[in-house]
Ligand binder design. Structure first.
Ligand code: HEC
Ligand code: HEC
Length: 333
């Protein structure tokens, strides 16, 4: 190696620290997503099977994947979700991709984490409509499941705690690193086009980052929908108020992640914004008092599309057969 004199070392150090500074500056608001760390592959695999298993629903045809379709963007792409007996739910399904990074789960944050969240949809009347006791009976009656629970937990007693524990473990692996924006955050100047770069500059300088920040570009706080102008919606959802009962938190929602937002249309808790352009226009006016030009909207949308990461590619899980005594589905109950 060529030896550097002290001036050379100084220059080298200055260049190094300048590029470190440039990098930390790039990552001031949004940080790259890290790949999932899989600690217990057997538990992840079982959680994946349960995520895809429609036998956790009364009808026998609705699984978590029905509304959080992992072949799509972890969503159902309808305004508000359709559940048991074709009932319409009150809100739009948020994506399960990167949801492990959020401060809490649901639009109003009423579940503190993924494990607490997973129990909800199974018994929700407008989702899977399956009483927990029956869900446990079904899983307990399937020998291929019991054997896996026994291997993972050391005993073969199935309960909701274990079911939701494995589903949450699987969901923790649903991260989408490697987007072009992440490459840029990590120093690759060529990862973005000039328009996409400009779009990010507008996004950052006009203040979108005040709410959409962190590795998930959201999920770090609850914020009012309609800061400067009220948002008019026919949805009954009241946001954080439903959890805390505080009047000031009426219409405050968890700031959604903008990771993979290109795939998670339609937008907002009521699913009323059909396109990204529409959603960004509304955000600019209602949250920041900014009326963007067509050109600006186009650039912001171009930037948002660089947040599409690598969705986990996975083999379709093969589910164990029901036993003779497994309670049968009741699609019309
Ligand atoms: C009928 C459609 C439907 C089914 C089935 C369903 N979900 Fe959901 N899911 C939703 C909707 C709608 C929401 C938003 C509800 C709310 O915020 O009040 C949601 C919210 C979530 C969230 C919170 C994401 C966030 O960012 O806040 C997670 C995680 C989730 N579901 C996982 C699951 C799991 C696991 C299952 C299976 C046990 C499941 N869902 C079944 C529609 C569904
Ligand atoms: C004051 C906080 C705040 C600011 C500033 C803000 N947002 Fe949002 N954003 C939110 C909240 C809260 C929601 C969810 C609102 C709802 O569903 O009713 C949201 C939703 C969105 C959505 C829809 C995502 C989805 O999955 O439904 C997009 C896209 C979005 N914001 C982009 C932007 C852009 C672009 C800017 C800057 C022009 C911006 N936001 C500024 C808080 C904010």
């Amino acid at each position: 190696m060529k030896r550097l004199n002290s001036a050379g070392i100084l220059i080298a150090l200055t260049i190094a620290s300048a590029s470190v500074n440039a990098m930390t500056e790039r990552q001031q608001w949004i940080q790259p997503l890290q790949p999932a760390e899989i600690k217990n592959p057997e538990k992840v695999e079982l959680g994946k099977q349960l995520f895809f298993d429609p036998r956790l629903s009364m009808s026998g045809i609705i699984s978590c994947n029905t509304c959080h379709n992992l072949s799509l963007g972890g969503v159902d792409n309808v305004k508000t979700s359709i559940g048991h007996k074709w009932q319409a739910g009150p809100v739009n399904a948020p994506t399960v991709f990167n949801s492990s990074l959020a401060i809490a789960q649901f639009w109003d944050g009423r579940a503190e984490d993924l494990k607490a969240q997973a129990a909800g949809p199974i018994e929700a009347a407008v989702e899977m409509a399956m009483p927990h006791t029956l869900a446990v009976d079904v899983i307990q009656s399937i020998p291929g499941y019991v054997e896996q629970f026994k291997r993972i937990y050391g005993n073969d007693k199935v309960d909701m705690d274990k079911i939701t524990d494995t589903i949450a473990e699987f969901e923790n692996t649903l991260v989408t690193p490697g987007s072009r924006f992440d490459l840029w955050l990590q120093g690759d100047d060529n990862a973005l086009t000039a328009d996409e770069r400009e779009g990010y500059d507008i996004f950052a300088s006009s203040g979108c980052v005040a709410c959409h920040n962190g590795p998930a570009v959201g999920g770090t706080s609850f914020q009012k929908m309609g800061v400067l102008e009220p948002y008019v919606s026919s949805s009954p959802a009241e946001g954080r108020f439903a959890v805390t009962g505080k009047d000031a938190e009426r219409f405050m929602f968890k700031v959604p992640t903008l990771r993979n937002v290109e795939l998670t249309y339609p937008y907002f808790h009521d699913g009323e914004a059909a396109t990204l352009e529409e959603a960004v226009d509304i955000m600019g006016r209602l949250q920041l008092g900014r009326q963007y030009s067509e050109d600006e909207l186009g650039k912001i949308v171009a930037f948002l599309k660089t947040l599409t990461g690598e969705r986990p590619a996975m083999a379709l899980p093969l589910l164990p057969a029901s036993g003779d005594k497994t309670p049968r589905p009741e699609p019309f109950r």
